[in-house]
Design a binder for this molecule. Structure first.
Ligand code: UFG
Length: 343
């Protein structure tokens, strides 16, 4: 049986970010040779904890650099994480999103075509679906994004399909629902600046790092009036990328796959779980709805199970909160060393 170490090196773009770093660690610890390319604008040097990983600081849009990496390492596959992913920011700065999320990856795809590297795994998103029409959402759900972030990922998915028709690229686009949690040992985790996501903000309100959490709306048509999301542990996202890589290396065809648990959890439930896990109250208030938030977003994860043999091993949101809390209250206090980041 082939081991991952018997494979050619893998290029991971944006491998120092939240989901990228957990995936890189998972693959590298399994023996996969990995080269990470990251410009460290959002990623962190401290998030790469496996010594075997080669780290290259640089821009995805730097055609010369990309060409030299392909010439040196002869990658057989690319995993592409690097992207801007804040919905509100994408509405205010659409060109930034189209430039970073659609324009820049074209340089890599061009190099892949030249070097006959035919396997590409994309971080896509449930935001490509837009407002839900059916629930849970499977991959046949209409893709009608409602913000530039969702459109940018939708466009890249489309580009991958066109590259397949033109030169045989095979791709897996993994449509994440709500990524959450951290590594079990608390060594790596989520460090966004500013942090907008629910679970880290709830925990930051408990530690006092922020004054309180505002619950965006409690008049939604859900059992407790707050929004329901499908939270998926970042360690499960990592194993899904490994499954997608194995699929492509075994000559599997292109796929567009949801990554979720199939179970929804409300904002209020997350708050109650955070209080149970930490034994502390969450300082909060209730505010108006946030623009663009659908009441409920839950994945139908069947295709990932049947096509990739993957399913979430940690579907319990309590474990997501426990590991996020361990990261936030551990030796690093939920923050990578900023000076190392600038180095
Ligand atoms: N929320 C609050 N208060 C906060 C933060 C969030 O009430 O301070 C609520 C939101 O209104 C939403 C839920 O918590 O109902 C989850 O919000 P997040 O910001 O954590 O996540 P989103 O569902 O908005 O976004 C995630 C990803 C996006 C992706 C989107 C759609 O972060 O990249 O799912 O799939 F586009």
């Amino acid at each position: 049986m082939s081991t991952l170490s018997s494979h050619r090196p893998l290029l991971v773009i944006g491998g120092a970010g939240y989901i990228g770093s957990h995936t890189v660690r998972h693959l590298a610890e399994a023996g996969q040779p990995v080269v990470v390319l990251d410009n460290f604008s959002l990623g962190h040097r401290g998030a790469i904890v496996t010594p075997s990983v080669t780290v290259v600081a640089g821009e995805l849009s730097d055609a010369e650099l990309i060409e030299s990496l392909f010439a040196e390492h002869h990658f057989d596959a690319v995993i592409h994480f690097a992207a801007c992913s804040v919905v509100g920011e994408s509405v205010a700065e659409p060109l930034k999103y189209y430039s970073n999320n659609v324009g820049a990856p074209l340089v890599v795809l061009e190099a892949m075509r030249r070097h006959r590297c035919q396997s590409f795994i994309l971080s896509s998103t449930a935001a490509t679906y837009g407002d839900p029409v059916t629930m849970p959402m499977d991959e046949r759900h209409p893709q009608q994004p409602i913000n530039p972030y969702g459109w940018s990922k939708f466009m890249l998915e489309r580009i991958l399909t066109d590259c397949q028709a033109a030169w045989g690229l095979r791709s897996v686009a993994l449509r994440y629902f709500n990524a959450a949690g951290a590594s079990e040992d608390g060594l790596i985790g989520e460090d966004h600046h500013p942090e907008t996501h629910l679970i880290p903000r709830v925990l930051m309100a408990i530690t006092g790092e922020i004054e309180k959490i505002t619950v965006f709306g409690r008049d939604y048509p859900t059992p407790d009036g707050t929004c329901i999301r499908d939270y998926i542990h970042v360690l499960d996202l990592a194993t899904a990328h490994a499954a997608a890589l194995a699929h492509l290396r075994n000559e599997g065809g292109s796929l567009r796959c949801n990554l979720g648990t199939g179970r929804g959890c409300s904002v209020q439930e997350i708050i109650s779980l955070a209080e149970a896990v930490t034994g502390k109250p969450v300082p909060l208030d209730y505010g108006p709805r946030r623009a663009g938030d659908p009441p409920s977003l839950v994945a139908d994860p069947t295709l990932a199970r049947t096509a990739l043999g993957w399913q979430a091993a940690h579907p319990d949101p309590r474990f997501m909160i426990e590991t996020a809390w361990r990261w936030l209250t551990g030796p690093q206090g939920g923050r990578y060393d900023r000076s190392a980041r600038a180095a």
